[in-house]
Design a protein around this ligand. Structure first.
Ligand SMILES: Nc1ncnc2c1ncn2[C@@H]1O[C@H](COP(=O)(O)OP(=O)(O)O)[C@@H](O)[C@H]1O
Ligand SMILES: Cc1ncsc1CCOP(=O)(O)O
Ligand SMILES: [Mg+2]
Length: 273
């Protein structure tokens, strides 16, 4: 019988191969910092990114996408209506959408916006420990801007409760990435600590989750875990060539583009918690 780690490795390879074959169209409404790395992460995984956020275009464009990624990193009141409209169009068209609640606890404006977006039925919410705790407690002040002051494992119960309450998958990134649907919980232990020294790696892995969910929407829990793990494996491979964060960023994109089956099968490290 297949053991758990063999099963996750082959599921991860299936998701990466399907993304390369199907090249899903991923609409991203994201912050100014992350646009470049997010689009390049999606391209290197085989997906087709479109950074498209005007209210006037959403009714024509969003029903034809394969998944949507919404990220509140540089939120202003001008952008929020487009985020809500796109989430609504995606949900009504049966297209999965993924929320990245960047710095959810940084201000009451941002927290309220995230809580309103959560009501619009994201398929997945991916944040760091502090962001998931801020959403769960609906309270401001527990983060250090976009960075986490918590370990991902501090937010396991919060993630489970959020997932259960909203009927979605919740992922908490960190040294161990946690993924839950409210009942099942897995930990993905890939990646390198230096990812925290490159801005927008969290944003980019959220977009990769959108791509993997686009190619396997029925298994959003599995697709979320494998996206986090594959991104981490790419970072591990890239670290062999990196001299620091700037070259890690470059090698990360190359590595994701070139990941092969045997590397994915041997390095994906996902286990039940
Ligand atoms: N200590 C760590 N060791 C290995 N990988 C890490 C570590 N911390 C974060 N990561 C990875 O870095 C990426 C970004 O996660 P994180 O820094 O938690 O998000 P954010 O940038 O949104 O705060 C994820 O792929 C995560 O798995
Ligand atoms: C630095 C910064 N400021 C607003 S959004 C942003 C990028 C955050 O990216 P990540 O959450 O992936 O670290
Ligand atoms: Mg983030």
């Amino acid at each position: 019988m297949e053991d758990e780690s063999t099963k996750w490795g082959s599921t991860a390879w299936t998701h990466l191969s399907s993304t390369r074959q199907q090249s899903p169209l991923i609409q991203c409404i994201t912050n100014f910092v992350s646009m470049d790395l997010m689009a390049n992460t999606l391209l290197s995984a085989g997906a087709s990114p479109a950074m498209l956020h005007s209210l006037q275009e959403i009714p024509d464009f969003t029903p034809n996408i394969h998944a949507l990624c919404i990220n509140v990193g540089t939120l202003t009141s001008d952008w929020l209506p487009a985020m809500k409209m796109a989430a609504d169009f995606a949900f009504k068209a049966g297209k999965p959408w993924v929320l990245d609640p960047v710095a959810a606890g940084a201000s009451s404006f941002r927290l309220e916006a995230c809580l309103e977006l959560v009501k619009l039925k994201p398929c997945v919410i991916r944040g760091n420990g502090s962001e998931i705790l801020a959403l769960f407690m609906a309270s401001v002040g527990s983060s250090k801007g976009v960075d986490s002051t918590h370990d991902s494992t501090d937010a396991i119960d919060a993630a489970k409760a959020l997932a259960e309450a909203n009927g979605c998958i919740v992922a908490v990134s960190g040294a161990t990435d946690i993924v839950t649907d409210g009942k099942r919980v897995v930990g993905a232990r890939n990646g390198v600590a230096m990812l925290q020294k490159i801005t927008a790696t969290g944003c980019s892995v959220t977009a990769l989750i959108a791509a993997f969910v686009a190619v396997d929407p029925v298994h959003a829990f599995e697709a979320t875990a494998t996206a986090l793990s594959v991104f981490g494996v790419a970072a591990e491979m890239a670290m062999d060539f990196a001299k620091g964060p700037a070259s890690l960023r470059m090698h990360l994109i190359d590595s994701l583009h070139g990941l092969d089956q045997s590397t994915v099968l041997s390095r994906v490290n996902i286990t039940s918690l």
